[in-house]
Design a protein. Structure first.
Length: 136
């Protein structure tokens, strides 16, 4: 097993913009969004600068998190269940691999995307590989 899926450009999630939104985010719409609280959310998008401009025009504070989060693909629901105790049927924030904070996006057909702090991405990837080997 290898960590090749974490190399730059190997996973489409690495090119996705990640934006933290603060303010009244209850009515703000984005293609993919996790509302952490009524006043805080993280949105994924193809164009972070455009989303930031739109959010600021709506009166929100917006911060580019693109370099702060690492995307990790999860290709089975069984694997996700080993990573977290949370049942994920909608975008959510939950701890994975013990206590690593993560944003989890269901993609359908038992596939998910995890977004974890960049500095913990290697640790989570190693845990994912270990758990995958246990499922084989």
């Amino acid at each position: 097993m290898s960590l090749a899926f974490l190399s730059p450009g190997a996973f489409a999630g690495s090119a996705i913009g990640k934006v933290e939104l603060r303010g009244d985010v209850t009515s703000f719409e984005a293609e993919r969004i996790v509302r952490l609280t009524p006043r805080r959310a993280v949105a994924l998008c193809a164009d972070a600068p455009a989303l930031i401009a739109r959010a600021r025009a709506a009166g929100l504070r917006a911060y580019d998190l693109t370099g702060a989060l690492t995307a990790i693909p999860i290709e089975s629901e069984a694997l996700l269940r080993r990573l977290t105790e949370v049942v994920v049927d909608a975008p959510t924030a939950a701890p994975v691999a013990g206590d690593v904070p993560a944003l989890i996006f269901p993609l359908g057909d038992g596939h998910y995307e995890l977004y974890v702090p960049q500095e913990l991405g290697h640790h989570v990837a190693l845990v994912v590989l270990d758990l995958q080997a246990g499922l084989a």
